[in-house]
Design a protein around this ligand. Sequence first.
Ligand code: IPM
Ligand code: MG
Length: 370
Amino acid sequence: MASNKSLLILPGDGIGPEAMTEVRRIVDWMETNRAVKFDVDEDLVGGASIDKHGIPITDEVVDKAQNVDAVLLGAVGGPKWDNLDFSVKPERGLLRLRKDLELYANLRPAICFDALVDASSLKPELVSGLDIMIVRELTGGVYFGEPRGIEDLGNGIRRGINTQVYTTPEIQRVARVAFELAKKRDGRLVSSEKANVMESGVLWREEVIKIHEAEFPEVELSHMYADNAAMQLVRAPKQFDVIVTDNLFGDILSDCAAMLTGSLGMLPSASLGDVDEHGRRKALYEPVHGSAPDIAGENIANPIATILSYAMALRYSFDMSEEADLIETAVKNVLGSGMRTADIMSDGMTKVSTTKMGDIILRELDKISG
Ligand code: IPM
Ligand code: MG
């Protein structure tokens, strides 16, 4: 079986490796049952890399990531590395990957599975059928802006500085991704910033309007201040189709949207860059949840977000939407049959381990594909 599909797996820390073990079984399943072979390589990121190499990601791993079709990442971080200097914390490994691969468009779907409607903190009627896509700018803004740092002003006074900065191309390219997505979905885009108090927000709004008029007039565009967007997300989330926003607001709004769905343990994400001269789009896929060190190693974590991240990789990097659909349907069916990991457990359901959830999803894949 020839393969032209390369995948770099970076399990990372905490529950990352356990969840990734279940993904690897699905990759194997694809090979056996769908005759698609992936060249899979695995390496270290985050705390796991710090322990071995003293830094959260090596140049060699970044280089590998640059040269594969897709990177699949588990999670990074944990209390063991909390006291390290900021520049070598596990999170820097992830930030470096995003920055070096120029993964500027972060797609974070918030979908409420029917079977989990009751797990949301909002009333069922507010979230049932919820299907939002947040597009977060991922390589600019206050996360990376210069100047930054902590200055000593003397007399025991210090000053912490970060800079919110956006250029027109940075805004335009992420806006295009969001408009394209809106076009394929419900045709509605909300752009979110704080144009009432920030110049970078004024520029953001002006540039989004220009792209709209010039390239996507058929999409319905509206603008919402980020604080209002946070409020509207918990008041009436179904008013949204696609939201496009900057790095920091996107970080916050996507956590908020994620929780509407009942569990962070369910949500995948894709981070995309530009298409290169070979037609390949740089891409990294990862669950929205973190490394959950408190439950790591106990075989109780929910592997679904990582499995769905692999499904997103199939859809966006490998043009395998049929296989992506299969995985998503299998997950839906398994939830529908009452199987739950601890994080989404509720009365009358069957509690299963990480491994068992993997087993059941594989069995369901056998069933629906055969
Ligand atoms: C996320 C996380 C990261 C971020 C951390 C781990 C650096 O919160 O992906 O949302 O702030 O971007
Ligand atoms: Mg976050």
